[in-house]
Write a protein that binds this ligand. Structure first.
Ligand code: ZN
Length: 190
């Protein structure tokens, strides 16, 4: 079953290495820049997220910002904080010099598939790395949180440098047109 951690490049020195690693995974030709993981959200594109422990209030606030950013975007997706009915658990910790400032993994699936073969997400885990975020600006942490929540929705990395799902450094804190188009693509099938 599809299961792998999504690694975000740190803004500075590790970005180049990870970007070079990622290039080989990106198809050369596509009509759009976004890429899809092959999963779709569990409950009609509105689903809960929970909050575990956070190493800082800034990390927690960034997750809440990212959830609102997606919910308020034109993308057909809504995140709602819930302690009981949720499909992604969010947290932050001092994970050390790992090379990622945010990671989404622990993928579990319901067993349902949509018409294009995508698997329905049951649960995922999103972690921010406070080892790095403690020296990042509020906007940079918000960027990481919104980006990682994009993986939860089912988006892979985009080749559009303007997209929130672009994986080589800080740009925006909110989903952009390419990101919205990617979510719409999933929604149109599942
Ligand atoms: Zn990523």
């Amino acid at each position: 079953m599809f299961r792998h951690p999504r690694v975000r490049a740190r803004v500075a020195r590790l970005g180049v290495v990870l970007a070079l690693t990622g290039i080989a995974l990106i198809p050369v030709t596509r009509a759009h820049a976004y890429a899809l993981l092959g999963i779709y959200p569990p409950t009609y594109f509105g689903f809960g997220y929970s909050e575990g422990s956070f190493a800082s209030s800034a990390d927690r606030s960034a997750i809440e910002y990212g959830a609102s950013a997606w919910s308020n975007s034109p993308a057909p997706i809504t995140f709602q904080l819930s302690g009981t009915n949720y499909h992604v658990n969010t947290s932050s910790s001092n994970a050390g010099n790992t090379g990622w400032d945010g990671i989404t993994g622990g993928w579990q699936y319901t067993g349902n598939t949509c018409s294009n073969g995508f698997s329905q997400l049951q649960m995922a885990t999103l972690v921010l790395n406070h080892t790095y975020t403690q020296s990042e600006s509020t906007a940079q942490i918000e960027h990481v949180a919104t980006h990682e929540l994009g993986h939860v929705i089912g988006l892979d990395h985009s080749t559009d440098s303007n997209a929130i799902m672009y994986n080589n450094g800080y740009n925006h804190t909110t989903p952009q047109t390419d990101d919205v188009n990617g979510v719409q693509d999933i929604y149109n099938h599942c």
